[in-house]
Each structure stands twice: as structure tokens, then as C-alpha cells.
Design a protein around this ligand. Structure first.
Ligand code: AMP
Length: 283
């Protein structure tokens, strides 16, 4: 049985813990999360354990990546269960700052990202989002000084934005993406899935099923526009209000005209009632 994780809530406590880690050799991994942990988060932790001697997990529901109309207040918070899960996984450190620690009175700096952050996907519908994410992740990287950081492909544009930011700012962190963990019926695991009613939960896997079928059509040589339009129709017919369903270059997220412009990623965001779901697959 490994030692229970150190829980740090203040910067001095975090530094003390990290000093102890740095005194010993071996890489440090960081897994940033907003808590309400599920098997997708645990997969990131397990990957981190394989790649690094020490694993830190941050749990911080970051207000600056939520618009006033979004679900910051009601975002699921399951602290006790999260700590138990991370302890069972042998995590070394849980970094759980409060909002005042991350954004003290007078806080006035933001990291603004371009490139993948302005690809016209999430940024079109959540214009505040990537500045919030880049700023908080930049802070987490500087606070924790990890060698590697693990992010889920589930949030594909975010993964690209964070990797670009770490590179551009010479933060010395290698950003590693991990495959999306899904429920048995294909729905991508998400802390927000608890918002779905039983009926919506039944419909939700249509997103993944449609993306997979569309990817298969494209691999079979179907016309890109026709395949995407067909997919969009199926998603809408199932009861979703579609924000976007797009084929993009998997690295740059630039629009593509044909499968030959690849590697291609299909990305989707759609509302099911008042719950917004996102997902993506490789072609
Ligand atoms: P969140 O707590 O939703 O901010 O997510 C924290 C990290 O977990 C991010 O890097 C997400 O991309 C990742 N993540 C969330 N859901 C999944 C999933 N179903 N599979 C893999 N990674 C995930």
C-alpha cells in the first residue's frame, strides 16, 4: 500500500511537497482536473504513473473558463470520492488551491492563445474559454514545474492549445495526450454526463456512433461534404442542437477539403437539452 497523497491547498504547502519530490531523482507528472473524477481521469493518472516517478493531480474548478451563463456554480464537486480514488491509484500529491490562491485580489494577467485556440471550433461558442484554460494551465505548470503533463483527447482542441502554449512559452513541460475513455455504449466519459436525464442518456451515444460511421464513410472514399452533412442530419434528428460537426487537420485543426489533406479528426459539439457534449474521433 503506498502512502496517502499529500494534499496541498496553499502555495507554501505545494512548494514544500515539490521540494521533497525534486530532492529525489525521477520525473514529475501533472494531471490537471476539475475534480468529479471518472475513469477517464483515472486513465490519465495511470498513464502518468507509468511515465513518471511522482504524480501530482490538481483539482481546481476554474471560474475563468466558465461564462456567466455556464455551469460554474452547479459543476459537480465530489471531493471525498476524488481523494479516495486518487489515493487508491497511488497519487503522490493533490493540489487543491482555492479561487483566492489562484486569482488573488488584483490579479491582472491572462495568457491569450492563437493558432489552435482560434480554429473556429470551441472558441466560436465559448469565446472566453481558451484564455481561461491557458491562463490556469500556465499557472499550474509554473506552480508545479512538472516534466510531463497529461491531457485527454476528449478535449481535443484544448489538448492542442495547451501543447502549443507550453511550447511557445518554453515552459519545459512535455504535454502528452491520452485516448478518450468511453462508457460501454460509446458515450465519452465526462463529469457533465450526470446532468443527462435517463432519456437523454439513452440518446447521447448517437454522437459517437455517428462520428464513427462518418469516419468509416470517409475512409471508404465518400465525399467529405456529403458525409459530414449526412452525419449532421443524423445528430440533429436524434434531438441534439448542433454547435458544430467538422472535419479538421488533426495537428493544426485547420479546415480540410478532402481526406487527402489529413491526418483528419472529426470534432463535434452539441446540446442535448441544457447539457453541452463534445467528442471527437480520428479518421
Ligand atoms: P476536466 O476535469 O473535465 O477538466 O478534465 C481533466 C482532464 O481529463 C482533461 O485533460 C480532459 O481532457 C481529461 N478527460 C476528461 N474526460 C476524459 C475521458 N473521457 N477520457 C480521457 N480523458 C478525459
Amino acid at each position: 500500500m503506498s502512502r496517502p497523497p499529500i494534499i496541498a491547498r496553499t502555495l507554501p504547502a505545494l512548494r514544500r511537497a515539490l521540494d521533497g519530490f525534486h530532492a529525489k531523482s525521477g520525473a514529475i507528472a501533472l494531471v490537471p482536473t476539475m475534480g468529479a473524477l471518472h475513469d477517464g481521469h483515472v486513465a490519465l493518472v495511470r498513464l502518468a504513473k507509468r511515465r513518471a516517478a511522482r504524480v501530482a493531480v490538481s483539482i481546481f474548478v476554474n471560474p475563468s473558463q466558465f461564462a456567466p451563463t455556464e455551469d460554474f456554480g452547479s459543476y459537480p464537486r465530489t471531493w471525498k470520492a476524488d481523494v479516495a480514488r486518487l489515493a487508491a491509484e497511488g497519487v503522490d500529491l493533490i493540489w487543491n488551491p482555492d479561487v483566492k490562491t489562484m486569482y488573488p485580489a488584483g490579479f491582472a494577467t491572462r495568457i491569450l492563445t492563437e493558432g489552435p485556440a482560434t480554429a473556429g471550433l470551441e472558441d466560436r461558442f465559448r469565446p472566453h474559454f481558451f484564455a481561461g484554460v491557458a491562463t490556469v494551465v500556465g499557472k499550474l505548470f509554473m506552480q508545479c514545474r512538472p516534466d510531463i503533463a497529461l491531457f485527454g483527447e476528449k478535449d481535443f482542441q484544448q489538448l492542442r492549445v495547451v501543447a502549443q502554449m507550453a511550447r511557445d512559452l518554453d515552459l519545459g513541460v512535455r504535454v502528452i495526450g491520452a485516448p478518450t475513455v468511453r462508457e460501454r455504449d460509446g458515450l465519452a466519459m465526462s463529469s457533465r454526463n450526470v446532468y443527462l436525464s435517463p432519456e437523454q442518456r439513452r440518446v447521447a451515444p448517437v454522437l459517437y456512433r455517428t462520428m464513427k460511421a462518418t469516419a468509416q464513410r470517409l475512409r471508404g472514399g465518400d465525399d467529405l461534404d456529403a458525409a459530414m452533412a449526412g452525419g449532421a442530419e443524423l445528430i440533429t434528428a436524434a434531438g441534439f442542437a448542433l454547435d458544430y460537426f467538422e472535419a479538421r487537420h488533426a495537428q493544426t485543426l485547420a479546415p480540410v477539403q478532402s481526406i487527402k489533406d489529413g491526418p483528419i479528426r472529426l470534432l463535434v459539439a452539441a446540446m442535448l437539452g441544457s447539457t453541452r457534449l463534445i467528442d471527437n474521433v480520428a479518421v
